[in-house]
Design a protein. Sequence first.
Length: 518
Amino acid sequence: MKRILKNIRIAVQDQDALEQVIARKLSISLSDCQILRILRRAIDTRHKNQPFFEYTVLINCSEAFSHHDLIPYEETIPPINPLIQLSDPNPFIIGMGPAGLFCALALVEQGFQPWIFDQGDSIESRSVKVEHFWQSGELDAESNVQFGEGGAGAFSDGKLTSRARDPVVGRVYELLTGFGASESITYEAHPHLGTEVIRCIVMKIRIYLQERGCRFYYRHKLTDIKLAGDMISGIRINGELHTPSTVFLATGNSARSLWKAINQRGISLEAKPFAIGFRIEHPQDYLDRSIYGSEKWADIIGAASYRLTDATSGSFTFCMCPGGEVIAAASSAGELVTNGMSYSRRGGRYGNSAVVTQIHNHHDKQDVFGGVDFQQQIEISSYNTGFSAPVQRAVDYIQGRASSQHISCTYKPLTHLCDLNNLFPVYINRALKSALQKFDGIYRGFVREGTVIAPETRTSSPVRILRDELTRSSVTASNLYPIGEGSGYAGGIISSAADGYRTGKIFVPDLIKIDKGI
């Protein structure tokens, strides 16, 4: 009988096999129980200097065995989506991030051969341009950390966290492992790939899709749409008019000019909450000591990470990158944006995270783009020649004084000392300081050891393109399907991929019309 067994704790240094621990826990022999699958593995660091692995597993055992940690197992049945017949074998996908690529994978499974467009370059060319930007400060506004094949997630820590428990998310993990990800991502509580692994997976997905008839178009930017009644009648890419029957919009959370262009054409959008703050960077050995109790555990279970919240101020940490670096993530001249990135080994000397606070006062239906404009205002105020980022010791930020000495950090190409109290409005400073002080109470020295690098503004899209809950199409244009983070329906690699995949699966070919060329 299949059952789930939870709360299996094994000390990190324990050499006993998982099967032996389960047998002892249930007071049975090894032959009476079979492990079918590890469902989850987390690291419990609540007891300093004694971390534990905590497992949840699917097992096969006799009904005769009972235990308070044994619970029934129920197969998850995929939701039944409406099936929409489509006579065009080549629907258009705009955007090559997780939402766009996984939408394409779903469409291919359904029998289509989508054409996929992105304003940026292939991941190979894009990687070269991004590295050049970090070294020189010379930005390509069309192909950068935000735009290009792989999306913004290609230059990140590659965390694959998702709070959603549904079979579509499971299918996304299955596809990722098929394209080269470790099987461990299917059960680790906080799985990650690392930026270099993500880029390899993106290339493998592209090859797979091309072999099945999909076309990839780089340096092709969607700039305008034409509406006829409740449908898109045409779209303009690189100035050329196209007339696809169906368009999937997967443009990412930095497509500001496109949002405004389609809104002017009548596509309905709304403002949504978002978050703003900065990155905070610490020596990784400090984090290892504070979280594990000793640096020695990092060699066994990897660089320590954290996830912290301050409910009082509405602030939280986001996108923590152990052993990583803070990166320049701008997509426009004269605007500064930061993000975090790490490689699969997470072997760098520093760890960083966003510390951000929720922004609600720009969630205004009368001003759809109030949040976009506010983001941009902070980015422009932060900019300095050569994309030099403003930095400050966290303790000086708390005390409202400028840092007086040079600060070393991982951000490239340049940094300059700046009092961030002058960068953000008072209410944001108040919230971020409250969060830092609370986090310092959890990990002593969090403020003293920290360096803040600003700004972190692109945690999520500040707008949402309204869509029908059942058909998933735009409420304005029935053949436009907004998907992913940039459309306001996701918040990371996995949720974006799942949103794109789920949308692509609702289509089936209208074989009669396709055969007749209609």
